[in-house]
Design a protein around this ligand. Structure first.
Ligand code: THU
Length: 144
């Protein structure tokens, strides 16, 4: 059997998690969401240690709307990042929301071991892992 090597998730300090949460909330300010009027923000920390942010970017052709999480991940990947350690998503809701199915699949590409945290306007938060949100994911290893 082929050995697989997974990058260990580094310790995500409370200070880094606080920074990601703050950045995710701030990223929603740039949301382009005239159709849903639902501004979402995301912040991720990558293999290099750099933090990237994203917001949802909608389109008059509704099916082309891009979620905040995918905007952040694609921005990071476009600079050469290939590992996502953690994703924080902010939704403007009283209770937290987990990433949609499409975003879970995109997170899996670079962050199968990622921590996923959802924050909102209320006190609630969800702290989970990508593998809990997308068990038995189809990913790069399935194509080997
Ligand atoms: N949206 C996100 O950006 N991330 C999520 O986790 C949930 C949904 C966006 C997509 C769309 O622009 C709007 O929120 C309403 O679904």
């Amino acid at each position: 059997m082929k050995k697989t090597h997974r990058a260990a998730t580094p310790a995500l300090s409370p200070a880094l998690l606080r920074r990601l949460e703050k950045n995710a909330r701030a990223a929603a300010d740039a949301s382009y969401s005239p159709y849903s009027e639902f501004p979402v923000g995301a912040a991720i920390v990558c293999g290099s240690g750099k933090v990237f942010t994203g917001c949802n970017v909608e389109n008059a052709s509704y099916g082309l709307c891009n979620c905040a999480e995918r905007t952040a991940i694609f921005s990071a990947a476009a600079t050469g990042e290939r590992i996502v350690h953690a994703v924080v998503v902010y939704t403007p809701t009283p209770t937290p929301s987990s990433p949609c199915g499409a975003c879970r699949q995109v997170i899996n590409e670079f962050g199968p071991d990622a921590i996923v945290i959802s924050v909102c306007d209320g006190p609630g938060r969800i702290e989970t892992t990508l593998s809990a949100l997308l068990p038995d994911a189809f990913g790069p290893r399935n194509l080997l």
